[in-house]
Ligand binder design. Structure first.
Ligand SMILES: *Cc1c(COP(=O)(O)O)cnc(C)c1O
Length: 422
């Protein structure tokens, strides 16, 4: 369910014509619907009504301050994976007591920063990290609440690059070896063992892997209980998929139902870290056609957005639906939507049936709200895009388009090169 729709052949985001936004901010740009974002968060949260839970939105999927603020206002926490994301979460107004921190490579200064802020939970991914955090907590005289991120060895049946819960992956601690690490953690005097965490992958379209992972985590909690290690927080991570094309992921309600059933009789607070399912279909990337060209075998539609703006197609071969901002009657052709970057991998849609777009036309790449802007770069010295949030009949620039000055921020020509220049 989202709020991008057509009225008289023209695409609207809530009550604002996408065309009007383009006329005012230029192209390309990311566009998000506030109603969709808050609706998605509400549906997800409600799916766990009746059990103690905390929804920590995964900042890496979309970390704009205004977007984070929407979920914070709705009572959500934030799942972070770096010091930078902690900074963003705090700037957006998140309560540190609702922040959880995952990631295999947290640096000492990041651990210190998070401890200083007194975040809810560190999700620890290795024995060495456990020891490092204990040492820092000791130096600071401040105990750290921890969960171990266990790797349940479940195949999430998703793209290999976004699957994380198998033995061969770098994430977490093997679930069978976790008890040892829990014993160790229990002995470390500056750590407070409070939770178990797992996150098996992203864009999951089946419930079974989640349930399988949860069963293995429950088993572990039982074993820990026997050793007098009491688990208060069960963090199930994120990963619920969305529809990009023909996928049929479970509705958050079904996901919540299945998890609630599995959790019956358990006495802990559930933490969830959804990203994509909340923001994915709440955003689009709007771009303008620059040129079209035909080789002997192919049609190319060259647009002003590129792989640096939306990396997912070239990175994972991901599918984003291509839709006209203004509908017209005309033939459809098999074409590739490509950007201006000097790489053959620079495509947004490849060999797809799509309207025969003409130069000057606006095109929307759908479902671009998650891992869109946050994965973008300045490759080819392209300023990063503005982000626009629509609320009912108004739109707000929630991040300005970068300028050429931003591109060279912090760069210096050392004095020995001062020379004559040109
Ligand atoms: C990426 C990530 C998430 C969010 O995943 P989605 O598929 O976007 O829901 C949650 N938790 C952790 C630890 C992650 O790395």
């Amino acid at each position: 369910m989202h709020h991008f729709h057509y009225q008289h052949g023209e695409m609207f985001c809530e009550q604002v014509a996408v065309q009007n936004i383009a006329a005012q901010v230029g192209t390309p740009f990311y566009l998000y619907s506030h109603a969709t974002l808050s609706h998605h968060f509400g549906v997800f949260d409600t799916a766990f009504a009746g059990i103690p839970h905390l929804v920590c939105f995964s900042a890496k999927s979309n970390s704009n301050l205004a977007i984070l603020r929407i979920f914070i206002n709705l009572g959500g926490g934030v799942d972070i994976v770096s010091g930078g994301e902690l900074y963003r979460a705090l700037q957006a107004g998140a309560h540190p007591g609702k922040i959880v921190y995952s990631g295999v490579g947290k640096r000492p200064e990041e651990l210190r920063y998070a401890l200083e802020q007194d975040i809810l939970l560190f999700n620890i991914e290795s024995t060495q990290e456990l020891l490092a955090l204990n040492q820092i907590a000791g130096q600071m005289g401040k105990p750290a609440r921890i969960a171990l991120r266990v790797n349940p060895d479940v195949d999430p049946q998703t793209h290999p690059y976004i699957s994380t819960g198998l033995k061969r992956h770098k994430f977490g601690i093997n679930v069978d070896r976790a008890v040892e690490d829990y014993r160790l953690a229990q002995q470390l005097s500056h750590l407070e063992v409070v939770g178990v965490d797992c996150h098996i992958g992203s864009q999951l379209t089946e419930l079974e892997p989640f349930i399988e992972a949860l069963r293995r985590v429950k088993e572990l909690i039982g074993r820990l209980e026997q050793e007098n290690i009491h688990i208060r927080y069960l963090d199930l991570g994120g990963g619920l998929g969305i529809q990009y094309d023909q996928e049929t992921p479970p509705h958050p309600q079904e996901y919540g139902q299945a998890i609630r059933e599995e959790l019956q009789g358990m006495d802990c607070t559930l933490i969830l870290e959804p990203g994509r399912v909340i923001v994915g279909n709440a955003g689009v990337l709007v771009t303008k056609v620059l040129y079209t060209k035909e080789s002997e075998e192919k049609h190319f539609i060259i647009v002003d957005a590129a792989m640096n703006d939306l990396a997912r197609p070239s990175l994972y071969g991901s599918y984003h639906a291509v839709q006209p901002v203004v509908e017209k009657t005309r033939p459809e052709i098999v074409a590739s939507l490509v950007g201006p970057i000097c790489e053959s991998g620079d495509f947004l849609a490849r060999d797809r049936l799509m309207p025969a777009f003409q130069p000057g036309e606006l095109v929307a790449l759908m479902s671009a709200g998650a891992y869109g802007f946050t994965m973008s770069s300045n490759y080819n010295s392209r300023p990063r895009l503005p982000e626009i949030l629509v609320h009912q009949d108004e739109f707000y620039v929630i991040r300005e388009r970068e300028t050429y000055e931003h591109l060279i921020w912090g760069e210096q020509i050392p004095p020995f090169l001062a020379g004559p220049g040109r």
